[in-house]
Design a protein around this ligand. Structure first.
Ligand SMILES: Nc1nc2c(ncn2[C@@H]2O[C@H](COP(=O)(O)OP(=O)(O)OP(=O)(O)O)[C@@H](O)[C@H]2O)c(=O)[nH]1
Ligand SMILES: [Mg+2]
Length: 452
């Protein structure tokens, strides 16, 4: 574990959202305890209570007026999230109390934390590696249970430990290759070319295995845009309500009920979804409806997946929409109202399911079909890891260097081999943060929220 850098400023922030019934303020750094002792008074001095126990006391402003009766906890370095001395206050929520406590902490010598600065300190002090720090951000941003579980596995070190094992093995090989270059003429007990080859193959397999999860990571972090489109009165808003499980959109038998796009967040079998209901498409004469339909086409263009709702009680001709320039692979034709009609349509190579948005018949098949489009198969198990784009670039770089290293072995080009393996190790180290420049680190933590 790296040593805590006690020369840094003491930082503070409101760590909870503002407006709830309880707010949490966090102070981290060498002055955390001293500052707290100035402003918070309990039955005993905070340092005299058992460590990491919650204690009740009064918190005062600089002019000694009472701000709040609140709980305080002292976590002595290195046994805290940041690895530094940390004090946290749990005070009454709303917006005024927490802001006043923050003000008095700042007046007492702490500096306001930058976004992600607590996590950055945890990383610098060796409490977590970079993949775990990224998992903290993923966990906070998670939009579905699957995203949450996957972020939690990464937070447990699932990704970091696999990268580290590989890093260590390649470092051993590199060490031996370097010694071998220095003692070229000596006939010592070197690893055979075969065993070097085997280790490089294992590292290549790890890169390939992890890179398979690139798509999953992207989807679980960013979700997909699912657009419900089709002719007027086909049942689009009814389908939106069915997916959300609430009566969100107005449903009537008047064609042209939905006039503007309507967006809602949901998740389908663990996939975070931005669900967009659109104005029904037909020859419109009125200006407002025309604009609504233009927006429907705009949404379809940006969609990751389109549910094209078709009313099975009418002909397809009556309900055609312009699908030019749209990849048919991202369309699922949802033939609706099967409770009242059973017209069959020739939809060419477009995937289709038959449902009733009123009775729910066929809904499970629709969910299977959505999963199939998103993951490539239905009933997906939770991914083991969720690679982000930063990891993917570095794994690609590592794989490329390993492939070149392999070519150098049969020719006995040890210098080249050493350069390639060293670059591969460097790429792996950047994933966990063992080898990382400060500017990259700043960029990563700047994406966090304040207080984390
Ligand atoms: N019987 C039956 N009626 C349905 C079904 N789905 C929708 N409807 C009815 O069809 C009518 C239109 O439904 P909406 O959900 O408003 O259709 P829409 O596609 O959003 O229509 P616009 O917003 O006008 O484009 C309503 O009367 C619904 O109750 C279904 O599966 N079966
Ligand atoms: Mg509608």
């Amino acid at each position: 574990m790296k040593q805590t850098n006690f020369t840094e400023d003491t930082i503070t922030a409101i760590a909870s959202g503002i407006g709830g019934s309880v707010a949490v303020l966090r102070i981290s750094g060498k002055e955390a305890l001293t500052i707290s002792q100035h402003i918070w008074i309990g039955k005993k001095n905070l340092v005299d209570y058992p460590l990491r126990s919650l204690q009740l006391g009064n918190l005062y402003a600089k002019d000694h007026t009472l701000i709040d009766r609140c709980l305080a906890v002292y976590m002595k370095a290195p046994f805290s999230y940041t690895g530094e001395d940390v004090v946290e206050f749990q005070c009454h929520g709303g917006s005024v109390v927490a802001k006043n406590i923050l003000k008095v902490i700042l007046e007492s010598g702490a500096r306001h934390a930058e976004p992600g600065e607590f996590s950055k300190r945890a990383f610098i002090n060796g409490k977590i590696d970079l993949t775990q720090a990224e998992a903290v951000a993923d966990l906070i941003a998670a939009q579905s249970d699957m995203a949450m579980h996957t972020a939690n596995r990464q937070l447990q070190g699932n990704l970091g430990s696999r990268i580290n094992q590989c890093y260590e093995r390649l470092t051993e090989i590199l060490g031996e290759i370097e010694v071998r270059m220095d003692f070229v003429d000596e006939d010592l007990d070197w690893s055979s070319d075969d065993s070097i080859n085997i280790e490089i193959t294992k590292a290549q397999e790890l890169c390939a295995e992890l890179l398979q999860f690139r798509n999953e990571g992207e989807i679980l972090r960013n979700g997909i845009r699912l657009v419900i489109a089709g002719a007027t009165n086909a049942g689009k808003s009814s389908l939106l309500n069915l997916i959300l499980g609430i009566d969100r959109a107005i449903v009537t038998n008047v064609p042209g009920t939905t006039r503007d796009t309507l967006e809602e967040y949901a998740h389908i079998r663990g996939i975070p979804i931005k669900l967009i209901d659109t104005a029904g498409i037909r020859e419109a004469t009125d200006l407002v409806e025309k604009e609504g339909i233009a927006r429907s086409y705009g949404s379809m263009k940006e969609a990751d997946l389109i549910l094209w709702v078709i009313d099975s009680s009418r002909t397809l001709d009556e309900q055609q929409i312009d699908l030019d320039n749209i990849d048919t692979k991202k369309i699922i034709a949802v033939v609706n109202k099967i409770d009242i009609a059973n017209n069959e349509f020739d939809l060419g190579d477009i995937s289709n399911v038959r449902i009733s948005a009123v009775t729910g018949d066929g809904y499970t098949e629709l969910l299977d079909c959505i999963e199939e489009k998103v993951w490539g198969h239905p009933h997906k198990e939770e991914p083991d890891v969720a690679i982000n784009s930063r990891h993917a670039v570095l794994l690609d770089e590592c794989a490329e260097q390993l492939a070149q290293a392999k070519q150098a072995i049969p020719n006995g080009e040890f210098e080249l081999l050493a350069i390639n393996i060293s670059s591969a190790i460097n790429a792996l180290g950047k994933i966990t943060g063992r080898t990382l420049q400060d500017d990259v680190m700043d960029y990563i933590f700047a994406k966090f929220c304040i207080g984390k």
